[in-house]
Ligand binder design. Structure first.
Ligand code: URP
Ligand code: ZN
Length: 470
């Protein structure tokens, strides 16, 4: 019998019984049935009786913990618009891809305090989310005067703070001394500092040079944000984090040079881990030459094949890339078209929350790049631990929330815009037909997706206050 399993001697009524499952955790795999009652996993045992419960026969399928996407931007205001998915459509997409918890980033409006912005996000998300959610705080220049409220935010369950080394014009960028101040404050409460690491000085100079030379096509977005811009910023913020004694989370790592800097920082004693995103694992900068190149514009941009390979390697056990998040922030093609004559006018961001598990399973596990244990570690166990969601999230174990996903290894899905659920009119993944796909997502014991169809309810998800993590 595996850890977490219990005998069925005292079996009481269940709400849902998943039988004949091959359960995979971050370190083991076993055949069992899973009993769910009141939103929790109450039994894991080979011989459970339905006793009136709804039964799902998972024979031949794989059951893993529900995915945790710790990097989404639902209804994010950006210049002249906001990201296409709100907390409803975005979490529908998440659920349909096997994600049962998201963590979004609060972006305080001009003049709003962080606490006001937190309440505003709660108001907007609470009646829309279809799965559970948590919130990180974006700590911009306008909030530097109120970093004293960080402990208060942590008490409310916001234990991670994101700073930017880029986007000066959008008011997001902090200078190094301010990053240091924030890191010291967050270190005091045992929180986490997330960094969007791209060097503004490098980027600004290259953008200016390209525009002056008439280089306005989407590929110049990528050429203005080279791997060195990422590597330089990582090396810098890692040194600041080390001296502040704070835990550091490098979001959306996109390059080999960036990975090497995270490794170097770790070897010097920085408490750091990185995240990458599905698009960096399956796409390269060649797409910017295509007719629809604008649709692939995100920051940091896609890099070369050598970078893509280095990111897969970084996902292996002991590697510095410990989580895969989506940076889900899509825009319709009509808005991507704003950059037809100037790449700087393209709203930055792509969809992804629905792609994490399908891509890691089909392109990763089935192609032998990572193991099934790695997939579970990257999509649920490690995010739960790092973002303060364990032990209720991130595992299939007795006492945990009944958040899990059933993957059918035989199901093939071409990831077209029609197959996906984001509110946009194209897919950056439509060249991919997967080997295997999630066929059932269960959130707190309720089926929210079955056979590709969303069957949950608007507003059923709950805010999850997060502890400071480990
Ligand atoms: O291109 C990206 N990463 N977009 C996400 C939203 C933002 O601007 O940070
Ligand atoms: Zn982001």
């Amino acid at each position: 019998m595996s850890p977490g399993q219990v005998s069925e001697r005292r079996q009481t009524a269940l709400d849902l019984l998943v039988k004949n499952a091959r359960v995979v955790t971050g370190s083991e795999s076993f055949e069992s049935s899973i009993g769910v009652e009141d939103g929790k996993i109450v039994r894991i045992s080979p011989n459970l009786q339905p006793l009136g419960a709804e039964v799902f026969n998972a024979e031949g399928k794989i059951v893993i913990p529900g995915g945790i996407d710790a990097h989404t931007h639902m209804e994010l205001p950006v210049t002249n618009t906001s990201s296409a998915d709100d907390f409803y459509s975005g979490t529908v997409a998440a659920a349909c891809g096997g994600i049962s918890t998201i963590v979004d980033f609060v972006d305080p409006k001009p003049g709003a305090t962080m606490l006001e912005a937190f309440s505003d996000y709660r108001r907007r998300a609470d009646n829309k989310v279809t799965v559970d959610y948590g919130l990180h705080m974006m700590l911009k220049g306008q909030s530097l005067g109120e970093i004293g409220s960080i402990p208060d935010l942590v008490r409310r369950g916001v234990s991670s703070f994101k700073v930017y080394t880029a986007y000066r014009k959008r008011g997001l960028m902090l200078d190094d001394p301010d990053i240091s101040k924030v890191m010291k404050e967050v270190a005091q409460v045992g929180g986490l500092v997330a960094v969007h690491a791209e060097s503004e000085d490098v980027i600004e100079r290259l953008i200016r040079q390209n525009l002056e030379a008439g280089n306005t096509a989407p590929k110049y977005h990528a050429l203005s944000r080279p791997p060195e811009a990422e590597a330089e910023a990582i090396s810098r913020v890692a040194a600041i984090a080390r001296s502040a004694g704070v835990r550091l989370y490098i979001v959306h790592l996109s390059s080999k040079a960036g990975r090497e800097e995270v490794e170097e920082a770790r070897s010097r004693g920085t408490n750091v881990f990185a995240e990458t995103c599905p698009h960096y694992l399956v796409l390269t900068d060649e797409v910017y030459d295509g007719e629809d190149g604008r649709n692939f514009v995100m920051s940091p941009p896609l890099k070369k094949g050598v970078d893509r390979a280095a990111l897969w390697e970084g996902l292996l056990p002991g590697g510095v890339i410990e989580t895969v998040g989506s940076d889900h922030c899509p825009f319709p093609s009509s808005q991507k078209d704003w950059g037809e004559e100037d790449f700087t006018k393209i709203p930055n961001g792509v969809p992804g929350t629905e792609a994490i598990i399908p891509i890691l399973y089909s392109e990763g596990v089935r192609k032998g790049r990572i193991s099934m244990f790695d997939l579970v570690r990257l999509t649920s166990e490690a995010p739960a631990r790092h973002f303060g969601l364990a032990p209720s999230k991130g595992s299939v174990s007795v006492g945990a929330d009944a958040d899990f996903v059933v993957i059918d290894p035989e199901k093939r899905v071409r990831m077209t815009a029609d197959a996906l659920h984001s509110k946009i009119d194209y897919s950056i993944y439509d060249h991919i037909t997967t080997d295997g796909y999630p066929i059932l997502t269960v959130s707190k014991g309720e089926k929210v997706m079955e056979d590709g169809e969303f069957i949950g309810k608007r507003g059923r998800g709950r805010f999850i206050p997060r502890s400071a993590g480990t």
